[in-house]
Design a binder for this molecule. Structure first.
Ligand SMILES: O=C(O)[C@@H](CO)OP(=O)(O)O
Length: 206
């Protein structure tokens, strides 16, 4: 039985373009972000992939990315489940701040710790560890059983919610996942065995 799981980060958002900490804010895709999502859809179509089920977050940049991909695949009506468990990591008090201005104000090292340490949250926000603590229970309870039942599944979400999922799938250490950057609109394709272990991975960024 095929157990297919495709993860894709949303295309470029208005706040990615403006270099702002985004988190749970809900900016739209840019024109480039739309093009990235369409291109992801075309790549999946070229690979002759189709899906039985889709998951996305409660944020429009991920929902629109998914909708654009499904449109390319001719699967606009695919059953889609939206849940805030898949939202981006909450950036707390620094949400909306320019990342370069934050470096000037708080120092390069502090900002790097907030962005890429495993368990130090930005003030009032979530660390990657805290993000994983809501993403992974949702994955294990809702998404994985569907994949294991043979439903070919696509998840369109966010840099840090997907990094916490990739950490689990690829059995990465905190150090390894911190170095992993996900491109906007770039699908990663996994095949799983009956226990949910990854048997093959294809990163369309490579
Ligand atoms: O601003 C954000 O919400 C995220 C994703 O764009 O940024 P970072 O790269 O700092 O995790």
């Amino acid at each position: 039985m095929e157990r297919l799981l495709v993860l894709v980060r949303h295309g470029q958002s208005e706040w990615n373009l403006k270099n702002l900490f985004t988190g749970w804010k809900d900016p739209d895709l840019t024109a480039q972000g739309v093009a990235e999502a369409q291109s992801a859809g075309r790549q999946l179509k070229d690979m002759k992939l189709t899906f039985d089920l889709a998951y996305t977050s409660a944020l429009s940049r991920a929902q629109k990315t998914l909708a654009l991909i499904l449109e390319e695949l001719g699967q606009q009506d695919l059953e889609t489940i939206r849940d805030q468990a898949l939202n981006e990591r909450d950036y707390g008090d620094i949400t909306g701040m320019n990342k370069d201005e934050a470096r000037e104000k708080f120092g390069e090292e502090q900002v790097h710790i907030w962005r890429r340490s495993y368990d130090v949250p930005p003030p009032g926000g979530e660390s990657l560890k805290m993000t994983a603590e809501r993403v992974l229970p949702y994955y294990r309870a809702e998404i994985l059983p569907q994949v294991l039942a043979g439903k070919r599944t696509i998840v369109a979400a966010h840099g840090n919610s997907l990094r916490s999922l990739i950490m689990e799938l690829e059995k990465l250490t905190p150090d390894e996942i911190l170095k992993r950057e996900l491109g906007t609109g770039t699908p990663v394709i996994y095949h799983l065995d009956e226990d949910g272990n990854v048997t093959s991975k294809e990163d369309l960024a490579d």
